[in-house]
Design a protein around this ligand. Structure first.
Ligand code: SAM
Length: 164
């Protein structure tokens, strides 16, 4: 179940280390119809509403070529998440699971990922369907979907499985 910042029965929070700057740069902002976590889908759907990914300068040039792909991996920073739970109770029923066995937004580094359906590019804005984040969520990265992407450089040794 979606949460604000409450602790539920059985959940365990720890005293997290002070966050250090990992050197992330927010490269844009995601505009979605959702302003409340309770209303936001738990996972995006490709028949969901169009969301607008606004890219900041100086990164707009980096969009070149993205329109070749029908699916785009979107990485974003779930900025309103608490970051201190190691055990969580998604069903709010006292039963818990470890944070790393969940796709909950509550994690030490609250990174969300979605494979979104590419709709188009309007100037510095990428239009997609299939997101599940709040309006104003900071954007970390965009990548072509790994299933559609063929490496452009020649193959190298580690690209192939070696039989023992
Ligand atoms: N698709 C991503 C993933 O699997 O990594 C995120 C999944 S997470 C379950 C999606 C939920 O995170 C939403 O339903 C909403 O409750 C919450 N959420 C969305 N945007 C958020 C934000 N900016 N800060 C905190 N929580 C957010």
């Amino acid at each position: 179940m979606v949460r604000y910042n409450e602790i539920r029965e059985g959940e365990v929070a720890i005293e997290p280390p002070a966050p250090t700057d990992a050197g992330l740069v927010f490269i844009g902002r995601i505009r979605t119809p959702w302003t409340d976590r309770m209303m936001t889908p738990r996972q995006g759907r490709h028949d969901g509403p169009i969301c607008r990914i606004e890219i900041f300068e100086p990164w707009v040039q980096a969009l070149q070529g993205l329109d070749q792909y029908s699916k785009v991996e979107v990485l974003y920073w779930l900025h309103q998440s608490r970051r201190d739970l190691v055990l969580q109770s998604p069903a709010s029923d006292g039963t818990t699971r470890g944070t790393f066995s969940l796709r909950s937004p509550v994690r030490p580094n609250p990174i969300g990922t979605s494979v979104a359906k590419f709709v188009g590019i309007e100037g510095a804005t990428v239009l997609v369907r299939g997101l599940d984040c709040l309006d104003g969520t900071p954007l970390i990265d965009l990548k072509p979907d790994r299933c559609q992407f063929t490496p452009i450089a020649p193959p190298q040794a580690g690209d192939f499985e070696v039989e023992a």
